[in-house]
Write a protein that binds this ligand. Structure first.
Ligand SMILES: Cc1cc2nc3c(=O)[nH]c(=O)nc-3n(C[C@H](O)[C@H](O)[C@H](O)COP(=O)(O)O)c2cc1C
Length: 438
């Protein structure tokens, strides 16, 4: 019997593929959350471990110095806050894990600790926090900063942030709530402790003004790419989400994370490294290839513009001002996602920017075919990489439709389950316990 792997779904609280012929009324309806409710029910039925909402808080202007492209393609905006959505999703499901993103550069640690603990209660222990340090100055300006601190310092701040937040979650001992009718005492003050944290960047007195949720600490998720980021993720995360189109690099990444985790005294098996994948499915191989070409072929000028705007926003470099048909520059610098930018430049050395765009658009290995052949390819990737599973992602403006979700949940996932490659149920009540089941 094959060892099962984990499946998670990556998304944003943004408009799905509203221009697609399968977009239906989702162009406005998505804001009610109903689209995500039906999505998460399908994902649970299919056996997904969790859904993860990425997040950012800006209207990007990196392309051409204007908001035009970002708003035209609904890239970073509009985007609703996923935190209030998660308890709604929990009400409509029973087992699936629910992860939202919170920035250590923008949240005060006390508020983050409190909202996460509250959501862990509201969801019966199914909450996770995707820890990001953020990468865009234009977002930082929404919080009164002129610019973000330099990349590595952001991780030093994040380190303190996580120390505070976990100390706050631990500030109520188990059993602090006694609710004793005889003595009339609700909580035992001897079991609730201030934390008096004084760091270089953050301070907090504590205690938290509420007991932690059923999980104690919500599931921690991270996506470090740089050496500093990888180390942070290996030290703290239960789940790591990563992007790599090359299988040898996926293998190297996972091995590196596991080695770093062991150096931090952790059991590497307690960390699940999930890689981005956007499978393209057809009823025949040819139909799948044609669909892949339509989605990633970059023949549509709107698609080119959208991809340029996306890269511009995450790097804060105006890719729209570069010559599409000149060789890919090799000397671009950013205070944003430098590791993503370095990778993009290196992989496309000698190609033109136009030739590089299809690869940028897909973010993972190309997995194209029928349900059976895509399942074969996923099985082979996990065997080569060594584990632990995939973060499935629909293309925001292209394939993010109910139809695509159904292809994954009613076609691909049942095939994987038939082969014993994904879970066939949830044995535990808490998110982290299910994640550690295999
Ligand atoms: C799958 C995935 C999801 C991510 N989600 C977010 C997000 O929601 N918000 C954000 O600001 N950054 C997000 N990032 C960026 C990472 O947090 C991280 O900054 C990036 O992978 C570069 O690594 P580094 O910070 O070590 O340089 C994501 C990255 C990946 C691969």
């Amino acid at each position: 019997m094959a060892t099962p792997f984990h499946l998670a779904w990556f998304t944003s609280f943004t408009p799905p593929a509203w221009r697609s012929p399968w977009g239906g009324a989702t162009d406005r309806e998505w804001m009610s959350g109903d689209y995500y409710v039906s999505m998460v029910r399908q994902l649970e039925r299919a056996g997904f471990d969790f859904i993860m909402f990425e997040d950012s808080t800006m209207v990007a202007e990196a392309m051409g110095g204007t908001m035009e492209a970002d708003l035209k393609h609904s890239l970073h905006s509009p985007k609703l806050d996923p935190f209030p959505l998660l308890p709604l999703l929990a009400r409509e499901t029973e087992h699936i894990g629910l992860i939202a993103t919170g920035s250590t550069s923008f949240y005060p640690p006390f508020i983050l600790a409190r909202v996460m603990a509250t959501m862990d209660h509201l969801t019966g222990g199914r909450i996770g926090w995707n820890i990001v340090t953020s990468s865009e100055d234009i977002a930082a300006q929404n919080y009164g900063m002129e610019r973000l601190p330099p990349h590595d310092e952001r991780y030093d701040r994040a380190e303190e942030f996580v120390e505070i937040v976990t100390a706050l979650w631990d500030s109520w001992e188990p059993g602090a709530v006694v609710a004793d009718r005889e003595t009339g005492r609700y909580a035992d003050h001897t079991k609730v402790h201030p934390i008096h944290y004084v760091g270089k960047y953050h301070r907090s007195r504590g205690p938290l003004n509420m007991p932690a949720g059923p999980q104690g600490h919500p599931v921690l998720c991270q996506a470090g790419g740089s050496p500093k980021g990888r180390d942070f993720a290996a030290k703290h995360a239960d789940a790591i989400v990563a992007t790599n189109p090359r299988i040898d690099r996926m293998k190297e990444y996972r091995a590196d994370i596991r080695e770093r985790a062991a150096r931090h005294g952790r059991d590497p098996d307690d960390i699940k490294v999930l890689f981005h994948l956007g499978p393209v499915l057809g009823e025949t191989e040819q139909e799948a290839r044609e669909l892949h070409h339509r989605v990633f072929g970059m023949e549509d000028p709107l698609q080119i513009e959208q991809t340029l705007a996306m890269i511009s926003a995450v790097t804060e470099i105006d890719f729209g001002a570069l010559d599409l048909d000149a060789p890919m520059p090799q000397d671009l610098r950013t205070n944003g996602h430098q590791s993503i930018l370095d990778d993009f430049m290196r992989r496309n050395k000698g190609r033109t920017l136009r030739e590089s765009l299809p690869e940028r658009a897909q973010l993972g290995p190309q997995v194209v075919g029928t349900v059976e052949s895509v399942a074969d390819q996923m099985e082979a990737i996990v065997a080569e990489v060594g584990g632990d599973g995939f973060l499935i992602r629909a293309e925001t403006g292209l394939t993010h439709t109910r139809r695509y979700i159904d292809a994954i949940c009613s076609g691909l996932a049942p095939e994987l389950r038939r082969r014993g490659l994904i879970r066939d149920g949830y044995r535990h009540r808490l998110f982290r316990d299910n994640l550690r089941d295999f």
